[in-house]
Design a protein around this ligand. Structure first.
Ligand code: GRF
Length: 206
């Protein structure tokens, strides 16, 4: 991606939106190099959307149930996100897989953050799966979305310890603290420096 003066981010959320909030807070500083131009969701009444509204940002909701097919939903998401002309699309706790049409429109510029050290524990229940497996460390992964499930080229990873008395909630919360810092640092660098992907290797710079 070439680096525009200030990169335009569209962020998609499904829940609390603490990762979104971290991006909003970082982008308040012009030197960050990116700003959030719109926030979308696949459901109503979530704190992520409320955070965007409080920040005065345009929001949109496209629910899968509003469409006859999953492909129709995917195209609708593509169309509304396109209107905001994003340089990067950040899936920040967005609990849906985007499809082929969406990815074709924003080729190589869709990022997702996942609460595990990929390729371990892909899917919807990563903190729970990591805990059940008995790993002693976990963390978060920022990756460029491809057509698979949490399988794209890795931009950054951060590790946290798993404590003996952890519950899914305490582990996920520890991961999320580290995840937000990683997301903010990496998205800022991607925006300011640009990046290339060769043989799955993501490198900052042009
Ligand atoms: C994050 O841990 C993300 O990786 C996972 O769900 C969480 C979303 O948190 N998919 P939030 O909505 O940003 O607070």
């Amino acid at each position: 991606m070439p680096s525009p003066a200030v990169a335009r981010l569209v962020v998609l959320v499904s829940g609390a939106g603490t990762n979104l909030q971290a991006l909003l807070d970082a982008a308040a500083e012009p030197s960050y190099g990116a700003r959030v131009v719109a926030v979308g969701a696949d459901r109503d009444d979530i704190e992520g959307l409320a955070r965007a509204e409080r920040a005065g940002l345009p929001t949109f909701v496209r629910k899968v149930s509003q469409f006859e097919t999953r492909e129709g939903w995917d195209r609708a998401m593509r169309d509304i996100v396109s209107r905001f002309e994003p340089d990067l699309v950040v899936l920040a706790g967005f609990m849906k897989l985007v499809g082929e049409d969406f990815l074709a429109a924003f080729d190589g510029r869709v990022l997702n953050t996942h609460p595990a050290l990929l390729p371990a524990f892909p899917g919807m229940h990563a903190p729970s799966d990591a805990l059940a497996y008995g790993v002693k460390a976990s963390g978060a992964t920022l990756f460029v979305v491809d057509g698979g499930v949490d399988s794209g080229p890795i931009v950054a990873q951060v590790t946290v310890p798993v404590e003996p008395d952890d519950t899914v909630e305490t582990l996920h919360e520890r991961i999320k603290v580290a995840e937000r810092t990683m997301l903010v640092d990496s998205v800022g660098r991607l925006a300011r420096e640009g990046f290339t992907i060769t043989d799955r290797k993501v490198r900052f710079g042009r």
